[in-house]
Design a protein around this ligand. Structure first.
Ligand code: PEP
Length: 245
């Protein structure tokens, strides 16, 4: 049985006080899935302090592809590792759209995270225009292929994949469970083209307006192993309800 994983993406939200209340609420309860929260960089030390010894892991929302050096504003994987970070999102659509991240950059970031024992959560997804042009499989296929080409089979066995249709992120529009399952199955088959064993073990998360009332239906699909949760991860009750779905 594959790992069930629910990861919160706080995006650029939070404050020391709000985070403390949120993390207390999340820690206090148990969930059926493994839970993690991806916090803004300045709050990773707070996550380490408040979550160490709990069942909840923490992660970053990005990582530099560079190891170190004159890269103002970048944060190195080695630095994240010092703060006990387990996961790093790479290739979130907001990074691809607003920061021009290419498929090659995303693959390089995934490699760098792995080098420091951090699990990259590789995000792929199509825009609405691409879906309407029936390009979904081609787009997510190219995004995934860049990572498949860059990683060894052993490295591939240590990543998490997240399918996040861009049109469903933060919009309240969720892919139907059938739409999401269809893409997840295609992604898993593509990984299987490189290694069937890795594909069968890989957690593939769905993200895009997942809420307590639609999570169970999405997570009931055979190739959906959990969720990457934006807005609903900022409320402890909602995040836990999704983690229990
Ligand atoms: C996300 O930011 O990855 C996301 C899925 O956001 P939301 O759940 O708010 O759509």
């Amino acid at each position: 049985m594959r790992q069930k994983l629910v990861i919160g993406n706080w995006k650029m939200h939070g404050s020391l006080a709000a985070n403390a209340a949120l993390l207390d609420g999340i820690k206090a309860a148990s969930a059926r899935a493994t839970l993690a929260v991806c916090a803004p960089f300045p709050y990773l030390a707070q996550c380490q302090t408040l979550l160490s010894g709990s069942q909840v892991a923490w992660g970053a929302q990005d990582v530099s592809a560079e190891a170190r050096g004159a890269f103002t504003g970048e944060v190195a994987a080695s630095m994240l590792a010092e703060f006990g970070v387990s996961y790093a999102l790479v290739g979130h659509s907001e990074r691809r759209t607003y920061h021009g991240e290419t498929n090659a950059t995303v693959a390089a970031k995934a490699l760098r995270a792995l080098e420091f024992g951090i699990v990259p959560v590789v995000c792929v997804g199509e825009t609405l225009a691409e879906r309407e042009a029936r390009q979904t499989e081609a787009v997510v296929g190219r995004q995934l292929q860049a990572v498949l080409d860059a990683l060894s089979i052993e490295q591939l066995g240590r990543i998490v994949l997240a399918y996040e249709p861009v049109w469903a992120i933060g919009t309240g529009k969720t892919a139907s469970s059938a739409q999401a399952q269809a893409v997840h199955a295609v992604l898993r088959a593509q990984v299987a083209g490189k290694d069937a064993g890795v594909a069968s073990r890989m957690a593939i998360l769905y993200g895009g307006s997942v809420k307590p009332d639609n999570a169970a239906e999405l997570f009931s699909m055979s190739d959906i192993d959990g969720g990457l949760i934006g807005g609903a991860s900022l409320k402890a009750d909602d995040f836990l309800a999704i983690g229990n779905a």
